[in-house]
Design a protein around this ligand. Structure first.
Ligand SMILES: Nc1ncnc2c1ncn2[C@@H]1O[C@H](COP(=O)(O)OP(=O)(O)OP(=O)(O)O)[C@@H](O)[C@H]1O
Length: 582
C-alpha cells in the first residue's frame, strides 16, 4: 500500500507539475461549493421557521433571493469545477500518453515479440483514460467530500448531540455496507478489463492482418474466435453491470434510512420542543448530504483501485527497458567507414545459436550479396548490423567503433535497413518520405528522386508530393512502395544500406527495373543485399552464402563466378530461385 501511494504521488507530481495554479483554483472552487452545500439548508430552515412563526414577507423574500442566488452560484462553481478538471485531466493524460508512445517507440524488438498492437493501445489509451479522474480530481474530491461529511456531522451535533451520535453510527454502517458491495463490484470489473484487453488485442491483430486473413480464407476462423472471446465477455460484463446497479440500489436504500433517522429523531426532538419544524427539514436535507459524500469517497476509493491496476500496468510498461542498451556517447561515425564483423555469435533465446562465428569485412563503397537457405540467418545478421538485437559474443565495428559504443540515433541515421515490408502511413507522399520532418525541403526530396533516376516515374503522380496515400500504401503497387522506401533511405544519406529481399515479391520485369535504382542507391555506400535470386546481385563485389548460421562460402563475385567448384557457380548455372537456397 505504501509503495502504491508512493507511485500515485510520483505520477501526480510529474504530470500535475506544470498545472499547480489550476489545481489550487480547482481545490478552492470545490471547497467553496461544499461551504455552500452546508449553508443552503440553514437558509431553508430559517425560511420555514420564519414562515411558520410570523408574516415577515420582506424577510422571507430576502431569504428566498439569497437561497436562489447561492444555488445559482453553486451551479456556476460546479461548471468552473468541470472546466478546470477537464483541463487538468486532459493535459496530464495527454502528456502521459505521449510519454508512453515515445517509450514504446524506443523499446527494442524483443519487447514487441510478445505484444499485440491492440494490447498496447489498450494501455496507452484505455488505461490512460482511466487515469483521467485520478489526475483531474480524485485527491481533491476525496479531501473535499471528507470535509463535507465531517461538516454535516458537526452541523448535526450543533443542533443536538442525539441526532449527531445517531448519524455518526449511521455513517459508519453506511460506509461499511458500501465498501462491502464495492469490493464485489471491483472483482467483476477487473475481470471485465482483462477480457476487454484480450478482445482489443485480437481485433487489432486481425485488422492489421486483413490481407492475409482474407487471402487465406480465414475470415470465418477469425470471426469464430472473436465470437468465443465475446461469449467470455458477456457474463463478466453482465456481472459487473449488475454489481454496479446493486451498488446504486444500496445507496438509495441507505439514503432512505438516513432520511428515516432524521425524521424519527427530528420528530422526537420537536415533540419535546428541542427543535423547530424547520430544523426537521434541516436534518432531512443534511441526511441527503450524508450519503452522497460517503458514496463519493467510496467511488474515489474504488476508482483508485482501478486506477491502481492501470497505474501498475503503465508503470510496468514505463519500467520496461530495452535489452539493447543505447550508448550515451556522442561518437560520430567516420565518413566512408568500413564494416567489420568479428567472430560474432547470436541466438534469439538463451543457449540458442542462430549465427555462429561469423567474420567478414566490407570496405567502403563495396557491396556484398548475401545468399542462403530460408532460415539460414540472413535477416538475423541484418538485424544485428542495425542493432535491433545485440550479439552474444564477438564484435561489429563501423569504421573504428564498435557499434555498441555509438548511440542508436547516430547508428540508425547512418545505416539504413529496408525490407520487403514497406510500412507507409495514411498521409501524403511527402509525409511518408520525411516522416513528418519539416526540415526536409521539397527541393531535397526532388533531388533524391532525380539522384536515383525516378523522376519519370514520380511525374506520373499529378499531385506530386501532395498525393495522399492510404494506410500501408493503399493506392501503390508493391514495387512503387519499394521505390518510395528507397527515396526515404536516400534522404537519410546513410553510409551503409541493407536491402533484405526487397524485390522478392515483385515480378521479374519490375525487379529488373528496380535493380537500376538499387545500383544508383548503393553508389558510394556499403551495400548488403540479401537476395534469393542470383541475377539480382549480379553487380555486387562480394558474395557470402550462409548455411545454418555459418558462412558456407565467401569471396569476390568475379572469382566465385568462374570457379566451377564454388556453390555460387552452381547457383548461377541453374539460375533458379529454388537453387539459390543452396
Ligand atoms: N524474432 C525471432 N525470434 C526467435 N527466432 C527467430 C526470430 N526471427 C528469426 N528467428 C529464427 O532464426 C532463424 C534464422 O531466421 P532468419 O529470418 O534470420 O533467416 P533468413 O535466412 O533470413 O530466412 P528467409 O530467407 O526465410 O528470410 C530461423 O530459425 C528463425 O526461426
Amino acid at each position: 500500500m505504501k509503495s502504491e501511494i508512493k507511485s500515485y504521488l510520483k505520477l501526480l507530481s510529474k504530470y500535475l507539475h506544470g498545472q499547480k495554479m489550476k489545481v489550487l483554483l480547482l481545490s478552492l472552487v470545490l471547497i467553496c461549493g461544499i461551504i455552500l452545500q452546508l449553508i443552503n439548508p440553514q437558509i431553508v430552515r430559517s425560511f420555514i421557521d420564519t414562515a411558520l412563526n410570523n408574516d415577515n414577507y420582506s424577510l422571507l423574500t430576502k431569504m428566498a433571493i439569497l437561497y436562489v442566488s447561492l444555488a445559482i452560484i453553486q451551479q456556476l462553481l460546479s461548471l468552473v469545477t468541470t472546466y478546470l478538471a477537464q483541463k487538468v485531466g486532459w493535459s496530464a493524460t495527454n502528456s502521459l500518453r505521449e510519454d508512453l508512445v515515445e517509450h514504446c517507440l524506443h523499446l527494442d524488438m524483443d519487447f514487441y515479440k510478445g505484444k499485440r498492437p491492440g494490447e498496447l493501445i489498450e494501455i496507452i489509451d484505455g488505461d490512460v483514460n482511466i487515469l483521467f479522474n485520478f489526475f483531474s480530481r480524485m485527491g481533491i474530491v476525496l479531501v473535499s467530500n471528507s470535509i463535507l461529511l465531517i461538516g454535516v456531522l458537526l452541523m448535526y451535533f450543533r443542533e443536538d448531540f442525539r441526532i449527531g451520535i445517531a448519524q455518526v453510527i449511521f455513517s459508519a454502517i453506511a460506509f461499511w455496507a458500501l465498501m462491502k458491495f464495492k469490493n464485489i463490484g471491483t472483482k467483476y470489473w477487473k475481470e471485465n478489463r482483462r477480457i476487454t484487453t484480450k478482445i482489443f488485442g485480437f481485433v487489432g491483430e486481425s485488422i492489421s492482418n486483413t490481407e492475409d486473413v482474407k487471402g487465406n480464407g480465414a475470415k470465418d476462423y477469425v470471426m469464430h474466435r472473436l465470437h468465443k472471446l465475446q461469449k467470455e465477455w458477456l457474463p463478466s460484463r453482465k456481472k459487473s453491470s449488475v454489481a454496479g446497479w446493486s451498488m446504486f440500489m444500496v445507496m438509495l436504500a441507505l439514503q432512505a434510512i438516513g432520511f428515516a433517522i432524521s425524521f424519527i429523531i427530528g420528530t422526537y426532538l420537536w415533540k419535546r420542543n428541542v427543535v423547530s419544524i424547520g430544523t426537521i427539514y434541516l436534518f432531512f436535507n443534511y441526511a441527503n448530504y450524508l450519503v452522497r459524500p460517503i458514496d463519493a469517497i467510496q467511488r474515489q476509493l474504488q476508482d483508485m483501485q482501478s486506477a491502481g491496476a492501470s497505474i501498475s500496468r503503465i508503470e510496468e510498461l514505463l519500467l520496461r527497458e530495452s535489452i539493447v542498451r543505447d550508448s550515451k556517447s556522442n561518437l560520430i561515425i567516420d565518413k566512408n567507414p568500413h564494416l567489420t564483423v568479428d567472430n560474432i555469435t547470436f541466438g534469439y533465446e538463451k543457449d540458442e545459436e542462430i549465427l555462429k562465428n561469423i567474420s567478414f569485412k566490407i570496405e567502403d563503397s563495396k557491396n556484398i550479396g548475401l545468399l542462403g537457405r530460408t532460415g539460414s540467418g540472413k535477416t538475423t545478421l541484418a538485424r544485428l548490423l542495425i542493432r535491433f538485437y545485440d550479439v552474444n559474443s564477438g564484435e561489429i565495428r563501423l569504421g573504428n567503433h564498435n557499434i555498441k559504443d555509438i548511440s542508436l540515433q547516430e547508428l540508425r541515421s547512418k545505416v539504413a535497413y529496408v525490407t520487403q515490408e514497406v510500412q507507409l502511413f495514411n498521409g501524403t507522399i511527402r509525409d511518408n518520405l520525411t516522416f513528418y520532418n519539416e526540415a526536409i525541403s521539397d527541393d531535397l526530396i526532388y533531388e533524391a528522386i532525380r539522384e536515383i533516376g525516378l523522376q519519370e516515374w514520380f511525374d506520373k503522380f499529378p499531385k506530386g508530393l501532395d498525393t495522399v496515400l492510404g494506410t500501408n500504401g493503399v493506392g501503390l503497387s508493391a514495387g512503387e512502395a519499394q521505390l518510395l522506401a528507397f527515396i526515404r533511405v536516400l534522404l537519410k544519406n546513410p553510409y551503409m544500406i541493407i536491402l533484405d529481399e526487397v524485390s522478392s515479391r515483385l515480378d521479374p520485369e519490375t525487379e529488373r527495373q528496380l535493380q537500376n535504382t538499387i545500383i544508383k542507391l548503393l553508389q558510394g555506400r556499403i551495400g548488403i543485399i540479401i537476395a534469393h535470386r542470383t541475377w539480382t546481385i549480379n553487380f555486387v563485389d562480394e558474395i557470402m552464402i550462409l548455411e545454418n548460421g555459418k558462412i558456407l562460402e565467401y569471396g569476390k563475385r568475379e572469382e566465385l563466378e568462374s570457379d566451377i567448384d564454388s556453390q555460387f557457380y552452381n547457383l548461377l548455372k541453374t539460375g533458379l530461385q529454388e537453387e539459390a537456397v543452396v
